[in-house]
Design a binder for this molecule. Structure first.
Ligand SMILES: C[S@@+](CC[C@H](N)C(=O)[O-])C[C@H]1O[C@@H](n2cnc3c(N)ncnc32)[C@H](O)[C@@H]1O
Length: 307
């Protein structure tokens, strides 16, 4: 995670700009171990830069929740703040190299507005939820050049890795979105997708409500899948497997297929690990048999100021 260690820290008069980076306000926590969040804007992205005391030093880094992708954005913001406030940098892992060309020229990375405004039509569309190392996403896109793949991920380093590989492999049929898959399905017109892949989702054994698969997700998946479209769950987790069977057995849901230890063409990092440990791998595939009515969407999908 990009950060700067500073000799000292002080707030600047706000609002302020340094180059293309704008700082709007600072919110500081009360009491011991004070932390400050600096509201920052850079290239249409809004995020927080976090300041906290770390031993004798002061740490300036990105805030985990709002951290933008690519890393270049946060690096520029950290350097801009330090420069504007005339802060002495003791050490850092922020290079001053220019922007990563893979990301700069990348138009595979889309915003949620893009999909809300013009959901791609006219060709087969498949969605992969939580693509992680993106091995499966890249493989599928290379094998099926006529199909459009939308990859959803919330882990920014995985997104950066995927974008680099998309460039290196010259793939033009992948769109990548940094967004929670459970919310994204709501934006998709009904009867649109041919497949939704959910491979090795986080099991969340102690907090099952955080699982990607749940009643609302399954309802939205069935609405957005075309007739004969498939929601493909692949997991090594016995609990997740049983949970999916239970969820799919709801009387209104469609038919499903179950397979154990089925070989597939491409093996992800997680699958590699589970196979070495000789764990069972389960595929539970839900198949949609019905046409769904169109959904009427209201409201915006980005955070904005409350009037
Ligand atoms: C265990 S990893 C599996 C990655 C990959 N599918 C594989 O098979 O190697 C789960 C991935 O899902 C992502 N993820 C978790 N919840 C998500 C959500 N609600 N929306 C999109 N991605 C999510 C995580 O960031 C993580 O990269």
């Amino acid at each position: 995670m990009p950060h700067l260690h500073l000799e000292s820290f002080h707030p600047i008069a706000l609002p302020a700009t340094q180059g293309d980076v704008a700082f709007d306000f600072i919110a500081t926590s009360r009491g011991e171990g004070k932390e400050s969040l600096i509201a920052t804007r850079f290239r249409d992205r809004e995020f927080f830069v976090l300041h906290k005391k770390s031993g004798e030093k002061h740490l300036l880094k990105s805030d985990k929740i709002t951290r933008p992708s690519p890393n270049f954005l946060i690096k520029q913001a950290l350097l801009a703040y330090a420069s504007h406030a005339n802060l002495v940098i003791l050490d850092s892992n922020v290079d001053t190299a220019g922007e990563n060309v893979h990301l700069k020229t990348h138009d595979a990375l889309k915003s949620v507005d893009f999909f809300a405004d013009h959901f791609p039509t006219g060709r087969e569309v498949r969605v992969e939820v939580g693509f992680g190392s993106a091995r499966h996403l890249l493989h599928q896109a290379a094998q099926n050049p006529d199909v459009l793949f939308i990859g959803l991920e919330i882990h920014k380093p995985s997104i950066e890795q995927a974008l680099k590989q998309i460039t290196i492999q010259n793939l033009t049929n992948i769109m990548v979105l940094d967004y929670d898959a459970r919310l994204f399905l709501e934006l998709i017109p009904s009867n649109t997708l041919s497949r939704i892949y959910v491979h090795f989702p986080v099991p969340w054994d102690k907090k099952p409500h955080r699982r990607v698969i749940g009643d609302v997700f399954v309802e939205e998946a069935l609405r957005t899948l075309a007739v004969q479209g498939r929601l493909e769950l692949r997991t090594d987790s016995e609990n997740y497997y049983r949970f999916a069977l239970e969820t799919y057995s709801h009387p209104n849901y469609a038919r499903f297929e179950v397979r154990k230890n089925q070989e597939i063409a491409i093996v992800s990092k997680y699958e590699d690990r589970w196979k070495r440990m000789e764990k069972n791998i389960y595929d539970v595939t839900l198949i949609n048999d019905f046409e769904s009515p169109q959904k009427v969407l209201e409201g915006a999908f980005v955070f904005s100021e409350v009037p």
